[in-house]
Each structure stands twice: as structure tokens, then as C-alpha cells.
Design a protein around this ligand. Structure first.
Ligand code: GAP
Length: 524
């Protein structure tokens, strides 16, 4: 099992490394400030990346504000009044517990060190089960084995003991106890191998800066760690000016910033990232019904992309934040396992009530049907653009063995999200073919992002387009000059068809339009 497990891990790591270098090689994602050796957990999107990212954002935005009459968008500022972050709880509680190893000088999240140990214990248990399954073959009763095998029982008991001690320490914010657990369980620094640990300290994840330059002082303000608060503080502005009636939603896409201690896994955990959040305001008491509905709607949105239904799963939260009465994550199978891409939370009236308290302004909604005023309850859907980008790239990246023995790397991107929709390729660089190709491009460029390419063999040009996920290649040959037809090649099947130039817009349009993708959500 160990070897098999290690092999799978190595393969996953290998795929992930290939994906990261593919992102760089083809202009999707670059490390930020690369010529200065980069800036940790900050990335730039290149010429292909920005197109894909914009298409993801459009898909989300349209699915919210086009498909729902009762959802509108806003674009609030990144800088906000600092008291907002007091009210939201971020100043006091948006912390990670951190610990330093005095020898390696490396900083860790104390909770992550302990969770990694729990994961190792889980692995040990699975290893025992796996071994027994091999030994007993067909007749193996896994449930009975788990209940009765003394070694498994022993491992489970140790794991449970650690887990409950850890959960209690986290719940009670007991930093000394977190450190004691690390010492008692002899957790060593992976780098230095020593157990020479500092105390555990709380580390606030918000970045701060100063506003103003007057002599009588500046104001400490924060870079927003989530876009949601910009929606909460504008909810009455929108409700009143937009004449919105509950239930209604406000959507927003924008940057968020978190000083993550353990920033790793490429664009999965960044210090500057982008969120797409929607707050849905409902009557108190109706929130769980809406929570269930949004949970379903959001999964449909993901699945409509066609990356494979089996790649998604819900992870319902057992332990809820004090302000939430239901929460779930939508997880995607990344190259490093199932990971959260989106969170759906029933946040009660926590945020709005606190903003009432801290601002001294009434944030009540008058419900004409009930003839009463109340602070609405909120269902939040919150998804990271960059994580979504990573899941789309990971779900599309494919190395294929071709019948002629060659391999091709193809990005099977959903056509509506592809950065380039079609490539226009003159077979040769002479005989009037480039001019004809340009003519076609001039006709189609208003509808689709096109790329013209006349360099290298046609085979090489196809590969280049496969690598950036272009769904269609259109080849212009000598016959085109007389019959006004071209060869269209489909990325996924590599099938080629002769079609009239005048039909191109329709053939391509049907496949790549955002409209057909949005229809899939509605019809699913
Ligand atoms: N307003 C709720 C909120 O911010 P969250 O679970 O902290 O909830 C929501 O974040 C989503 O934002 C996550 O599901 C993830 O996709 C994205 N996200 C959070 N932290 C991130 C980071 N450091 N880098 C990239 N994406 C992140």
C-alpha cells in the first residue's frame, strides 16, 4: 500500500508540476515579479490567462445577474472604513495560530502541523485495512474488521484522543494547549527535524496600510480579506434604489487579500486573489430552504462545464462558525486531491446586525407582505476566481497518446471559456492564401477571439492551438480560393470537415457561446 500510495502521490505531483509549467509556457500564469525572483504566493495572469479568467467571471456574472431577475451586481471599493472589519469580526478573529521552529527559522501554522499528524494517523488505519483486504481477498468484511481488529482499534483510539484534544484547543482558542499538543506528540519541523518550537501566537491575516497624510494623523485601514462586506454595507442602498424585494441577491467580483502563512499549491492559496460572491437576502426562518436551493444551483453551475460530474463533491461542515447555521463547500478533484473551490454559507443576520450595532444605523428591511420590518438573513455563495481557474485548467489538461505513436498535450477547455475560439491557418504562406485567411479573420473577429498563424507546418500549428485549448482550427488551402470552403478541425476529436466559409460563424457560434453554456444550467 505504501508503495502504491507513494506512487499515486508522485504521479499527482508530476501532473501538477506539468500543469504549472504549462501555465507558464503558454502565457496563462506567471510568477509575479519574476525577474526579481518572484513574490511568494502572488501571481500574474498572462495573455491567455486573462482571457480564460475573464470568461470564467462572465460565466459566473451572467449566471447570477442575467439568469435571476432578483439579483443585481455592484462593484464596491477595496478600501473600506476600518470599523467594518471590527463589526465583521475580522480584526479580532481572522487569525491563524502560528509557531516558529527556532532552528530552521521556518514558520508554520500550528493547526496545520497537528492536522497533518491526524492525516498520517488516518493513513496508518487505511494501511491496516488495505493489508487485510489483500490477505482475506473476496471474503473480507471491511466494516467488521474496522470494528474488531485490535491494531485498528488502537490507532483509532489514539487518533480520536488527539482529534478531540485538538478540536477543544481550537474551539477555546487555547494557544498554550496547541503548543503542548505539538510537544506531546513529538511533532518535528520537517526542515530541521528538531522540536525546538517557539510559543504559538495568533497572526491576523489582514494586510493593513495607512490612509491620509495630514499632520493630525493617518488612519489604519485594511485591504479587504473578502468582498462580502462591501455588499453588506451597501445592501440598503441597493434595495432602496433598485426597489428590490426580499428575496433578492447582490453579486460582486473583486480582489481580496490575505496574508496567508502557509501559501502553497500555486494559485490555490494566494495572498492576492479574486472572489465572486453573492449575498442572498431572505426572510428570517426561510434561510435553510434557500441554502438548500443555492447549494443545488451552484453545483449545477460547476457541472454544466462538462469537466466530469465525478470531479465534484459537497463537504458539509459539521463544526459551524458561531454566526452560521449551515455551511457546505463544493470541492473539486485537483491534482492534489479534493479541495474547496466554493463555500455556501447560511450566515444568519450576523453581519447585518453587527453593522447596525457598530454603525448605529438601522439596516432593517420593511416587508410589505408581512407588514413588518426585520434584519434579513443571508445566504452567501463565495467562490475564488483563481481556484476556479485552477480547477478548469486541471480538469482540462490532458496528455494524449495518438494512433501514430506521438503524444499531444491538449487543453479540453469548455469552449465558452477558451481564450481563443478559433485559429485561422493558411496552408502555405503564398499564393494568396494569407490574404484569404485574413479576409475570413476580418469577418469573424467581431464575434470571436481569433488567432492568425502562418508559421511552421500545419501539424505544429494544430499542436500549439491544442495546448491553449482552441476549440476550432480553420485551414485555408488552394481550393478555398475557388470553392470558398475551408477545413475546420475540432480540437477534441481532431476530426476535420469541409465547410463553407459562410457557415463558419454559425458552426462556431453554437459551440462557443456563453448562452449555450448558461442554457445547460437552466436545463439540467
Ligand atoms: N465571504 C466568505 C469567504 O470569504 P472563504 O471560505 O474564506 O469565505 C471563499 O473564501 C472562497 O475564496 C474559497 O472557497 C476560495 O475559493 C477563495 N479563497 C479563499 N482564500 C483564498 C486564497 N488565499 N487564495 C485563493 N483563493 C482563496
Amino acid at each position: 500500500f505504501d508503495t502504491k500510495h507513494k506512487r499515486i502521490m508522485a504521479q499527482q505531483e508530476d501532473v501538477f508540476k506539468k500543469l504549472i509549467s504549462h501555465c507558464k509556457e503558454y502565457g496563462f500564469v506567471f510568477p509575479s515579479s519574476e525577474i526579481y525572483d518572484g513574490l511568494s504566493a502572488v501571481y500574474d495572469y498572462g495573455q491567455m490567462g486573462v482571457e480564460l479568467k475573464n470568461n470564467i467571471k462572465k460565466y459566473w456574472w451572467d449566471s447570477m445577474v442575467l439568469l435571476h431577475e432578483n439579483i443585481v451586481g455592484i462593484d464596491s471599493a477595496i478600501f473600506m472604513h476600518p470599523t467594518i472589519w471590527k463589526a465583521s469580526g475580522h480584526v479580532d478573529a481572522f487569525n491563524d495560530p502560528l509557531i516558529d521552529n527556532k532552528d530552521s527559522k521556518k514558520r508554520y501554522r500550528a493547526d496545520v502541523l497537528i492536522e497533518d499528524l491526524i492525516a498520517k494517523m488516518d493513513e496508518k488505519i487505511e494501511k491496516e485495512v488495505e493489508k487485510a483486504a489483500k490477505r482475506f481477498g473476496e471474503s473480507f468484511d471491511e466494516a467488521l474488521f474496522r470494528q474488531t481488529n485490535p491494531r485498528v482499534q488502537e490507532h483509532v483510539a489514539k487518533r480520536e484522543e488527539l482529534h478531540s484534544r485538538y478540536a477543544k484547543a481550537m474551539n477555546e482558542n487555547d494557544l498554550n494547549e496547541l503548543r503542548q499538543i505539538i510537544l506531546d506528540y513529538e511533532i518535528a519541523c520537517p526542515l530541521s527535524g528538531t522540536r525546538n518550537w517557539t510559543d504559538v501566537r495568533q497572526f491576523n491575516l489582514m494586510f493593513s496600510t495607512e490612509m491620509g497624510s495630514t499632520a493630525d494623523g493617518t488612519m489604519k485601514i485594511y485591504l479587504r480579506p473578502e468582498t462580502a462586506q462591501g455588499i453588506f454595507v451597501n445592501y440598503l442602498n441597493v434595495q432602496k434604489t433598485g426597489r428590490m424585494r426580499i428575496p433578492f441577491g447582490i453579486a460582486q467580483i473583486g480582489k481580496a487579500f490575505r496574508n496567508e502563512i502557509v501559501a502553497r499549491q500555486f494559485i490555490f492559496r494566494m495572498r492576492e486573489f479574486e472572489q465572486m460572491e453573492m449575498q442572498f437576502f431572505v426572510r428570517p426562518g426561510e434561510e435553510l430552504k434557500w441554502f438548500a436551493q443555492w447549494k443545488e444551483t451552484r453545483l449545477k453551475w460547476h457541472k454544466a462545464l462538462g469537466l466530469g460530474d465525478e470531479k465534484y463533491r459537497y463537504h458539509d461542515h459539521e463544526k459551524l462558525a458561531h454566526y452560521a447555521n449551515a455551511a457546505t463547500d463544493i470541492e473539486f478533484e485537483m491534482p492534489f486531491g479534493f479541495k474547496e473551490v466554493e463555500g455556501i454559507h447560511s450566515r444568519t443576520n450576523f453581519d447585518l446586525s453587527n453593522h447596525e450595532k457598530f454603525s448605529g444605523k438601522k439596516l432593517q428591511y420593511f416587508d410589505p407582505e408581512l407588514n413588518e420590518s426585520y434584519v434579513p438573513y443571508v445566504i452567501e455563495t463565495s467562490i475564488g476566481v483563481d481556484r476556479m481557474f485552477l480547477s478548469v485548467m486541471a480538469g482540462s489538461y490532458c496528455e494524449e497518446q495518438l494512433p501514430d505513436g506521438e503524444t499531444r498535450v491538449v487543453l479540453r477547455l469548455p469552449a465558452a471559456l477558451a481564450p481563443v475560439k478559433l485559429a485561422i491557418l493558411p496552408l502555405v504562406k503564398k499564393d494568396g492564401l494569407p490574404e484569404k485567411a485574413r479576409e475570413i479573420m476580418d469577418m469573424l473577429r467581431f464575434d470571436f477571439k481569433c488567432q492568425y498563424d502562418e508559421k511552421d507546418s500545419i501539424g505544429k500549428r494544430y499542436r500549439r492551438q491544442d495546448a491553449i485549448g482552441t476549440p476550432f482550427c480553420v485551414t485555408v488551402d488552394h481550393d478555398t480560393l475557388t470553392d470558398n470552403c475551408v477545413t475546420i478541425r475540432f480540437r477534441d476529436t481532431m476530426e476535420q470537415k469541409r465547410v463553407a466559409i459562410s457557415d463558419l460563424a454559425q458552426i462556431i457560434g453554437e459551440q462557443v457561446s456563453m448562452k449555450s453554456l448558461l442554457r445547460k444550467i437552466v436545463n439540467s
